[in-house]
Design a protein around this ligand. Structure first.
Ligand code: PHE
Length: 378
């Protein structure tokens, strides 16, 4: 059952405030609403909570408890907090209705914990960690889910800290940042293969990503960098330098606990939950069974407004966590029209699905893809 009134960090949220089907400024679905307030990161016996606590321990041990921790800040934030305050440009894709869940034109479900940086800096904090659920419209596969958990870390330095080093402020912060995160990664993973990649974020410069080798691929697990001076200036910290990072807890936990599919984190099935307990980092998950996947292909002529994220939202709305992957397998043009063929993998984490059940889901998917996305089935 979906609770229709929630309270998170002192903020009351009614379902009707967040989900409005016929309002074009709103694209939050029932299935997204049902995740708000679950706060997996605050469960000490859940892999996400266990990992959060292990990262807390690392920072406590290395910084003598200086990092202040927040893990109950409401995920409904203003567009200003989520984007403007961290200098995301007006035309950046992450602001689109295709990428972000909007409650109305001014309010979103935060797409990153960076949404809280500015306010906490303004309040004068110099060392903080913010953990929370974040929301992104995205494609469907084993490492992507529209709700996941991030931990943000920010450290602010005063001139007295970097001047004696002889380094310029930016190099000083960048060196300290990489050292801290490498220490964290070593503490969590020991010998896993990792690499730093230079990247771009609107809020940091220089910016880096840390990648870890998992399931035969390099997987991004965190973004970080030296905070843009403009953010410090706007929040009353003009003479300082700072670093920031944002790490994806699911992805780290998948590697640490060998959890093969991101949907598993949401299971309430005892066969999953009973395998983890507080303080035990990196106990290997023992898959209780692998049920066979079932593949269904569908082809259609797309229109100009078609996006894969919209398709995935429709599929998830019908099949929920029974859908494992939605993948484009063919794509061609003919007489100015474009055809896409998608392969949908259905698989339950808990049981075998019957043919009837899958056929029914697929029939619904075909109908709604046609009616909601205005594409022409082939
Ligand atoms: N907010 C970024 C993301 O979600 C991560 C990040 C945080 C990068 C802080 C740099 C600094 O991808």
């Amino acid at each position: 059952p979906i609770l229709s009134l929630l309270e998170i960090g002192g903020v009351k949220i009614g379902k009707d405030d967040v989900v409005r089907e016929n309002d074009p400024t709103n694209n939050v679905t029932d299935s997204i609403f049902s995740k708000i307030g679950l706060q997996l990161h605050r469960r000490d016996n859940h892999p996400i909570g266990i990992l959060k606590n292990a990262i807390y321990d690392y920072f406590d041990a290395n910084y003598g408890g200086k990092f202040i921790k927040f893990d109950d800040i409401c995920p409904l934030v203003s567009v200003k907090e989520n984007f403007d305050d961290v200098l995301v440009p007006a035309n950046h894709v992450s602001r689109s209705y295709n990428d972000t869940y909007y409650v109305d034109a001014q309010t979103v479900l935060r797409c990153h914990t960076s949404a809280h940086q500015a306010e906490l800096l303004r309040r004068g904090h110099s060392h903080f960690l913010v953990t929370g659920d974040v929301y992104r419209r995205d494609s469907i596969d084993s490492t992507h889910y529209p709700v996941f958990h991030q931990m943000e870390g920010v450290r602010v330095f005063s001139p007295a800290e970097w001047i004696p080093s002889g380094l310029d402020a930016t190099s000083y912060a960048a060196t300290d940042l990489k050292k801290s995160l490498e220490g964290l990664a070593r503490r969590l993973f020991g010998a896993v293969e990792m690499r730093w990649v230079d990247t771009y974020f609107p809020f940091t410069n220089p910016s880096f990503e840390l990648e870890i080798y998992f399931q035969e691929k390099w997987m991004e697990v965190l973004g970080c960098g030296v905070t843009e001076q403009e953010i410090l200036r706007r929040n009353g910290r003009l003479d300082n330098i700072a670093w920031a990072f944002g790490l994806g807890l699911e992805r780290l936990a998948m590697v640490l606990f060998e959890i093969p599919d991101i949907r598993l984190f949401w299971l309430t099935d005892k066969r999953f939950t009973s395998q983890f307990s507080g303080g035990q980092l990196g106990v290997k998950f023992n898959p209780f069974s692998k049920f066979p996947p079932c593949y269904k292909d569908m082809s259609f002529w797309i229109n100009d407004s078609f996006t894969e994220n919209n398709l995935c939202e429709v599929v998830r709305g019908i099949a929920g966590d029974l859908v494992e992957e939605v993948r484009l397998i063919d794509n061609f043009n003919k007489k100015g029209m474009t055809s896409h063929c998608y392969r949908i993998a259905y698989r339950s984490m808990e049981r075998s699905l019957t043919d009837e059940e899958i056929n029914e889901l697929q029939l619904n998917v075909r109908e709604q893809v046609q009616s909601k996305l205005n594409v022409v089935l082939r």
